[in-house]
Ligand binder design. Structure first.
Ligand SMILES: *Cc1c(COP(=O)(O)O)cnc(C)c1O
Length: 359
């Protein structure tokens, strides 16, 4: 659906993507960065984010072949690693579009077409995708036997790196190190995601590359944020109605909030259909004219309501929902009991307009 009359606006400051990526290098000393732009760059627009990130990074990573093709169509030239499993249906696309596959199962060696580049994926504790470490020797032999394919990397993925004090990070690292002893010279070795890079760069080996989606967008993973990253996205809208409420009257479905005194309620035209978690009912605070106002009553699909108290603000007043001086996605995540990733990917609905500032 084309949005002629959007209900809200996201503004993405592209210069901050550059700044965040340079800060990642400066603060962590990490050698190579693979910019993860899956899921439409966590709702920020994959091609726009990737174009801006391209001079600062070495690789791109996406969840699917379709996402990789979108990047190629958008002019992205750097290598792209696809995380999903290759199938007979997608095998040709890796060659056509110059994509690097992930081999995470023995069958994948026969699925891919001659000359396809790939990275091996070992599962050291996620139990999601990847070879079991005990298969390392078999996998090495298969790689040697399949010289028709080109192995250019090997990786694994942390389950708990968003927590700066997780012992399991080291367990996984040790399992991965053991796997690596079976393989001689593989050009690229990578394990850290955002959490591994930001929270653990002093403590654990980062190998030759880190894979990060969040840092370029100005966030780290987990509850502990760092002051050297700046969120690139702000989300704004306007008050569409300002109404009286009398003490004792309730607001929204389920009547979860009741006014204690007479005052004003502001109606805002964004709801869970646009990515405001219903779990933020009676929790979220939004910024209007430099002052925070609490969302009261349950978040609805299309609207949220805020308690303006005695302030009869004018209709059309600008409301900052996220970013800028308002709550950023990490505050949202904490209040909603989820992670920053889920909050940001939730904003990918079709009713808002996106604009990009470039200077
Ligand atoms: C999504 C993903 C990442 C990036 O996660 P961030 O927390 O944004 O850094 C890295 N590696 C793999 C395999 C992923 O699926």
């Amino acid at each position: 659906m084309k949005t002629h009359f959007p209900n809200s606006y996201t503004e993405i400051d592209l210069e901050l993507i550059t700044r965040n990526l340079r800060e990642v290098r400066r603060q962590t000393g990490i050698e190579k960065i693979l910019s993860v732009v899956k899921c439409n760059a966590y709702g920020h627009g994959a091609v726009r984010v990737a174009r801006r990130a391209e001079p600062e990074v070495d690789w791109f990573g996406v969840a699917s072949v379709d996402e990789a093709i979108e990047l190629r169509m958008g002019g992205i030239q750097k290598p792209i690693l696809v995380f999903e499993v290759p199938t007979s249906r997608t095998a040709a696309a890796y060659q056509t579009h110059g994509l690097t596959a992930t081999v995470s199962n023995k069958a994948h060696f026969s699925v891919l077409m001659d000359g396809t580049k790939y990275h091996l994926n070992f599962d050291t504790g996620m139990n999601r995708l990847g070879f079991h470490p005990s298969e390392a020797e078999d996998v090495r032999q298969l790689a040697v036997a399949n010289q028709r394919l080109i192995c250019s990397g090997i990786y694994s993925h942390f389950a708990t790196a968003d927590d700066p004090g997780s012992g399991f990070v080291r367990t996984q690292l040790n399992r991965f190190r053991e796997v690596l002893t079976h393989f001689g010279e593989i050009p690229l070795v990578h394990m850290s995601n955002t959490g591994g890079a930001v929270h653990y760069h002093r403590d654990i080996e980062q190998f030759t590359m880190v894979r990060s989606g969040l840092t370029q967008l100005g966030y780290t993973a987990g509850d502990v944020q760092v002051d050297w990253l700046t969120p690139v996205l702000t989300w704004k809208t306007r008050l569409v109605q300002v109404r009286n409420i009398e003490a004792g009257e309730s607001v929204s479905y389920g009547r979860s909030w009741t006014a204690k005194s007479d005052g004003y309620i502001g109606t805002i035209p964004t709801g869970y259909g646009d990515g405001i978690p219903r779990a933020l009912s009676n929790k979220l605070k939004v910024l209007i004219n430099g002052k925070f106002y609490p969302v009261v009553g349950n978040v609805t699909m299309d609207y949220i309501m805020v308690n303006l108290g005695k302030n009869k603000l004018p209709v059309d007043s600008e409301v900052t929902l996220m970013g800028g001086e308002a709550w950023d996605a990490s505050h949202w995540a904490k209040a909603a009991g989820t992670n920053v990733h889920e909050i940001l990917t939730g904003l990918s609905g079709g009713r808002m307009a996106r604009s990009y500032t470039d200077y």
